[in-house]
Write a protein that binds this ligand. Structure first.
Ligand SMILES: [Zn+2]
Length: 439
C-alpha cells in the first residue's frame, strides 16, 4: 500500500481531458499538492491509503473553476447604483467610491472577502484586474486561492500611480515579484483601449513579451468603444491593438462583445483568447458576445465573473450556465456551446488563456490538485440521468460542497439545506430511484 495525502472517492469524475468523458466510481489520489492518479475506487482501495479519505458517493468531482476576469476588491462596493446607465453608474457611484476608499487595505480586505465567496463557489483560480495588485493577491491567497494578479496600467492618476511612467514602473515590479511563484502569477493589464494611449500600450506589449506574460485587457466591451475608436483613431480597437503589438497568443480580450467577422479573424489568426462575462454584459446592457462563432473559429474562450459591482455574484457555475444558454440563443442553434464545450471554457479555457494549463484546468495525473465536489443528490438534481448536463443546467453553486487548491481544502459546505420535512425528502429520494434509468 502506498501512503498518500488524500483520497477522494467520487460517484462521478469529470476530468475535462479527455473531452466529453464522465468516469464512474473513481478515486482521485492526491499527494504533495498534485493529482497522483485517477483510478476505479475498487482498485484504489487495494493500492493507496491515507489519513484523509473523503467519501462522496453522490457527488461529481471536477477541476475548480478558473475565473478569467475579476475585480475582487469591488466586493466592497457591491450594490452601488443598481439600474443606472453605464456612464452615470461609473461617474456618480463607482469611481467616486473607489477614489475615496482606494488603499492597500481596501484592496486586500475586498479581495479576501471575494476570495471567500469564490472558494465557496468552486473557483480555485482567479485572474484579477485592479489597483494595488500585490495586495489583491495577498487577499486572494489569504482565502486560499491561486491567482493571476495584474500589472495594471490606466491613463489617469490614482492612489496606485500618478502617470504612465509610474504605472509602467510599478507594472514591471509586479511582474518581477511574481516570477517563479507557484500560486501567484502576473498578467500585463492595460485597462482598455480607450483609457491607455498608444505609447503606454506599446510599452505594455514590450513587458508582455519580456516576461512572457498574458495581456489582460477589456476589449470591444461596448458599441460606443468601437465607434469612438473609429472616430479618434480611424480603426476599430482590435486593429489598433494589432498595430501596437498586443494581438497575439498572449492576449486575453475581456468581454469581446462587439466583434465583426474581421475582428474574429484577427483573434483566430493570432491565437488570442477571449473572456466572456455574460452577467456583466447583460446588467450593463453591453450586448452579446458571439461565443459560438468564436468557438467554431477555434478561438480559445474562457469565462469570467467580472467584479461584484457589475454582476453581482462571483458564481462561475451560474455564469457558465447563462453563457451556454445565451450562446445558443445568439447563434439561433441549440447544438452549439455544448455542455462539455462550456464546462471546458470555465476550467481549461481559462487555464489556457493564462498559459497555466500545464498545472491547472483539468484533472490529470501530475497536475495540481485544484478540484471541487458537487453534490447532485439534491431535490433540484435528482434523479441523475446525465450528470454533466445536470451539473451545468440544474445544479447551483449551493451544490458545491468541497473546494481544494493544491490538495488543501479551502471551503466546505456541511449541508445543503432543504426546506422540506424529512419525510418529503425521503419520499423524493425513493421516487427518484424509481424513475432513474428507466429510459
Ligand atoms: Zn472588468
Amino acid at each position: 500500500m502506498q501512503l498518500v495525502d488524500t483520497i477522494i472517492e467520487a460517484r462521478w469524475v469529470l476530468p475535462i481531458v479527455p473531452k466529453g468523458v464522465i468516469l464512474e466510481n473513481q478515486s482521485v489520489i492526491v499527494k504533495g499538492g498534485n493529482i497522483a492518479a485517477i483510478l476505479p475506487t475498487a482498485e484504489a482501495r487495494t493500492q493507496y491509503e491515507a489519513d484523509d479519505v473523503v467519501s462522496l458517493p453522490e457527488s461529481l468531482v471536477m477541476p475548480g473553476f478558473v475565473n478569467l476576469h475579476s475585480h475582487a476588491a469591488m466586493n466592497l462596493v457591491r450594490g452601488l447604483g443598481a439600474d443606472l446607465p453605464l456612464m452615470d453608474w461609473l461617474t456618480t457611484k463607482i469611481w467616486p467610491a473607489e477614489g475615496k476608499l482606494m488603499s492597500p487595505s481596501f484592496v486586500h480586505d475586498g479581495a479576501y472577502m471575494a476570495g471567500l465567496e469564490m472558494a465557496a463557489s468552486g473557483i480555485t483560480t482567479t485572474s484579477d484586474h485592479y489597483f494595488f495588485p500585490m495586495d489583491a493577491a495577498r487577499g486572494l491567497r489569504d482565502a486560499g486561492l491561486r491567482c493571476a494578479t495584474s500589472a495594471f496600467v490606466i491613463g489617469f492618476p490614482s492612489a496606485w500611480a500618478k502617470d504612465d511612467a509610474e504605472y509602467l514602473k510599478r507594472a514591471e515590479a509586479v511582474l518581477e515579484a511574481c516570477k517563479g511563484d507557484e500560486f501567484v502569477r502576473a498578467t500585463v493589464a492595460p485597462h482598455a483601449p480607450y483609457t491607455v494611449n498608444d505609447e503606454a500600450l506599446k510599452a505594455c506589449a514590450a513587458l508582455s513579451a519580456k516576461y512572457d506574460a498574458p495581456i489582460h485587457m477589456h476589449v470591444h466591451e461596448t458599441a460606443v468603444e468601437v465607434s469612438d475608436s473609429l472616430r479618434d483613431h480611424g480603426v476599430r480597437p482590435l486593429e489598433r491593438l494589432e498595430r501596437l503589438g498586443l494581438v497575439n497568443e498572449r492576449l486575453i480580450a475581456v468581454h469581446a462583445v462587439h466583434l465583426n467577422d474581421e475582428d474574429i479573424d484577427r483573434l483566430a489568426r493570432a491565437g488570442a483568447s477571449t473572456c466572456h462575462c455574460p452577467c456583466s454584459n447583460l446588467k450593463l446592457a453591453s450586448g452579446f458576445s458571439p461565443v459560438a462563432k468564436l468557438l467554431s473559429r477555434g478561438v480559445n474562450v474562457g469565462i469570467g465573473t467580472d467584479g461584484a459591482a457589475s454582476n453581482d455574484k462571483l458564481d462561475m457555475l451560474g455564469e457558465t450556465r447563462l453563457a451556454a444558454m445565451l450562446a445558443k440563443a445568439v447563434a439561433g442553434d441549440t447544438t452549439v456551446a455544448t455542455v462539455f464545450d462550456m464546462l471546458e471554457a470555465a476550467t481549461l479555457g481559462g487555464a489556457r488563456a493564462l498559459h497555466w494549463d500545464d498545472r491547472i484546468g483539468s484533472l490529470e495525473p501530475g497536475k495540481a490538485a485544484d478540484l471541487i465536489a458537487v453534490n447532485l443528490a439534491t431535490i433540484q438534481s435528482i434523479p441523475v440521468q446525465d450528470p454533466a448536463a445536470q451539473l451545468l443546467y440544474a445544479a447551483g453553486r449551493e451544490n458545491i460542497t468541497h473546494t481544494w487548491v493544491n490538495g488543501r481544502l479551502i471551503a466546505i459546505r456541511q449541508e445543503i439545506v432543504a426546506y422540506h420535512d424529512l419525510n418529503a425528502v425521503d419520499r423524493a429520494n425513493s421516487l427518484a430511484g424509481k424513475w432513474q434509468n428507466r429510459l
